[in-house]
Write a protein that binds this ligand. Structure first.
Ligand code: UDP
Length: 235
């Protein structure tokens, strides 16, 4: 295997499938199956899911509500998604643990780094809920932070697109696809890979990011087996 320990970041919106809101059960099971296939190879898998299919902090601000309150609502949305994924994985007989950045002990364990690492070593899929546990951050930042903490080999950002382009390929026919790009070039070209906090965390800790199409079946498995899929961002 190319990677021994991975952190997979999935957006909340990806869970919507073709719906306008919430969780599409087929999509959820598809993701669970992809994760199972990778875990079955002996790869240690940690997952961070966003909450954008349910709530984002900026939405609260837009309607005149408190931003920090909205961010906590967003974090709770990620817990809902994480619980759904945990349940889908368990249905497929995959051992999982959900660790939350906010204490909600009836439904998940509190996030404790050493415990997370121990779960991974035992072959359990670890889901990190509630982002970083702090407002004004994103789940991309949570993905970078947790990946660094658990010493993951790579952050795999599963998206609807097949990687990073110089421009939006749906709008610009001349958009160039990058299969490899450096952190420096991403920064200088102003490409949108992750928000700046998340991106800088990876850059400063020499943690590679791969942006890839999560909706193509088998991509995740092929990636951990060493196939070059999507865009690799590295030093
Ligand atoms: N959030 C937060 N702190 C974190 C992670 C998330 O406050 O560490 C909140 C924030 O309001 C964010 C929402 O949770 O908008 C949902 O996360 P995100 O937007 O990253 O989800 P995604 O876009 O990946 O679905």
């Amino acid at each position: 295997m190319k990677y021994k320990r991975i952190l997979l970041k999935l957006s909340g919106e990806a869970l919507m499938g073709d719906q306008q809101y919430g969780i599409d059960s087929n999509r959820l099971l598809q993701y669970a199956q992809e994760i199972k296939d990778v875990a079955a190879l002996g790869v240690e898998v940690a997952v961070v899911i966003g909450g954008g299919n349910i709530f984002r902090g900026v939405q609260a601000e837009q309607v005149g509500l408190d931003r920090v309150q909205g961010d906590y609502m967003g974090m709770l949305a990620t817990v809902i998604n994480s619980m759904a994924l945990q349940s889908a994985l368990e249905k497929l007989k995959v051992y999982t643990r959900l660790l939350s950045g906010i204490n909600i002990q009836q439904v998940c364990e509190p996030y404790i780094r050493r415990r997370a690492v121990r779960h991974l070593e035992k072959g359990r899929v670890v889901i990190f809920g509630a982002g970083t546990g702090n407002p004004y951050f994103t789940t991309d930042s949570a993905a970078s932070l947790r990946a660094i903490e658990i010493e993951a080999d790579v952050v795999l950002k599963g998206t609807r697109v097949d990687g990073i382009y110089s421009a939006d390929p749906e709008k610009d026919p001349d958009a160039i696809f990058y299969s490899n790009i450096s952190f420096k070039d991403v920064f200088e070209k102003g490409l949108n890979v992750m928000d700046m906090t998340a991106f800088t965390l990876c850059k400063e800790n020499d943690l590679p990011i791969i942006v890839f199409d999560m909706n193509t079946a088998g991509n995740l498995k092929r990636l951990v087996e060493g196939e070059h899929i999507g865009t690799l961002v590295s030093m």
